[in-house]
Ligand binder design. Structure first.
Ligand SMILES: NC(=O)c1ccc[n+]([C@@H]2O[C@H](COP(=O)([O-])OP(=O)(O)OC[C@H]3O[C@@H](n4cnc5c(N)ncnc54)[C@H](OP(=O)(O)O)[C@@H]3O)[C@@H](O)[C@H]2O)c1
Length: 356
């Protein structure tokens, strides 16, 4: 039916649009996936026309398919019968439609009820509650379904959601800032008033807050709480505050630390503080992603487990130890065993990353 462009290109074009729409829900749908939908009407005279678009806006609210169909009905004067209109349509969605009653009724049921004849899906839903059942429901009702258009891009967009369901653990992102000579801070003790070393600049701080908004949880080690008293909230970017996670084997963190403010939930591990145990527990709580912001001991522990998916390192454009300050002691940056890829320079600081 796609006329001016090839069949394959047409499918990819509309799937690309689904991905753009899905991203509009980025900061508010977790632990749900980001989903976008496009309804295309095959008009004999005009060729393909996009007649509806929708996306999942917020956790607990309507799914993309429902919003897309509502959009189509709102903005199109359906001249022919509703049935005939939908029979002439293809619905594009970056994720398989759900088949179960959750917070909303199953989308596969709605598609069948509306008599949409063709459905193109980016990827199957790895959630065991769906996992192919949505596609099967459609096929059993005679809907023509194609799966796997731009599948790699669809999986990457929802890599946090995919990780939780396929690996049974949250997606893990490690992040730190270090000086050119490889330190993340000056060596400080809890009772001196030495301030933390500032490596990030205004722009890279904002980028970190964007990362906080993208992930469901944020974690730091005990010493970082004691020395920096961080808030770990998202203030320089719109979105929700992540769940704060820290460790306290010796019960040294009292409730006056910012990490215990009522701005977000806080989880403290004090008994078993090994990373595999923490990931296991977070998965049970349906946390699909965690950003680990340091310090070195915690990051080195995680690196040694191999349980991470991305690493982001900011290298400031100054040394800690200089001829003017030769006797300064620093906290060594984590030891990372692989080469990171250069990404960009922001106000003089170089950003490196690794996405596995
Ligand atoms: N530049 C940056 O990006 C950045 C970011 C964050 C922090 N920092 C700096 O990093 C410094 C703190 O780093 P740090 O390496 O000393 O401490 P840390 O990683 O913040 O905390 C480590 C402490 O957490 C406790 N812990 C409990 N379970 C653990 C586990 N499984 N693995 C590792 N630690 C565990 C241990 O204390 P117990 O033995 O008492 O249980 C350990 O000494 C501060 O100076 C802070 O300002 C820099």
């Amino acid at each position: 039916m796609i006329s001016a462009i090839s069949y394959k290109e047409g499918h990819e074009l509309y799937m690309q649009r689904c991905l753009q729409l899905a991203l509009l829900g980025e900061y508010y749908v977790a632990p749900n996936p980001m989903v976008g939908a496009v309804l295309v009407y095959h008009d004999q005279a005009r060729g393909d026309v996009v007649v509806g678009e929708g996306w999942h806006h917020r956790f607990g609210q309507a799914h993309a398919e429902v919003n897309c169909i509502m959009d189509a009905e709102r903005r199109n004067r359906i001249i022919e019968s509703e049935d005939a209109f939908y029979r002439n349509c293809t619905l594009y969605i970056n994720l398989e439609p759900c088949s179960h009653y959750g917070k909303t009724p199953p989308c596969a049921e709605l598609i069948i009820k509306k008599h949409i004849s063709h459905v193109v899906v980016g990827m199957l839903d790895p959630n065991p509650l769906v996992a192919g059942k949505g596609v099967r429901m459609l096929q059993q009702s005679g809907v023509d379904v194609q799966v796997g258009v731009l599948e790699a891009q669809c999986r990457f967009l929802n890599r946090r959601f995919v990780c939780l369901h396929e690996k049974n653990r949250p997606y893990v992102i490690l992040k730190w800032a270090q000086t050119l000579d490889g330190y993340i801070d000056v060596q400080r003790s809890y009772d001196d008033d030495c301030v933390p070393l500032v490596i990030s600049n205004m722009q890279t701080k904002q980028m970190v807050h964007k990362m906080r908004a993208e992930n469901m949880a944020i974690m730091v080690g005990t010493n970082t709480v004691l020395l920096d008293n961080p808030k770990l909230t998202t203030t320089r970017w719109s979105g929700r505050n992540p769940i704060r996670v820290t460790l306290d084997r010796h019960h040294v963190l009292d409730k006056t630390y910012h990490i215990f403010s009522d701005q977000a939930e806080t989880i403290v591990y004090d008994d078993d503080t090994t990373f595999p145990h923490i990931l296991n527990d977070l998965a049970l709580r349906k946390v699909h992603s965690i950003l680990v912001e340091g310090g070195t001991k915690l990051l080195n522990h995680i690196i040694s487990t191999g349980l991470y998916d991305e690493v982001h390192v900011e290298v400031g454009n100054m040394n800690l130890i200089t001829p003017h300050k030769p006797n300064l002691y620093g906290v060594k940056a984590p030891l990372f065993p692989q080469m990171l890829q250069y990404k960009m320079t922001v106000e003089g600081n170089k950003l490196y990353e690794l996405i596995r």
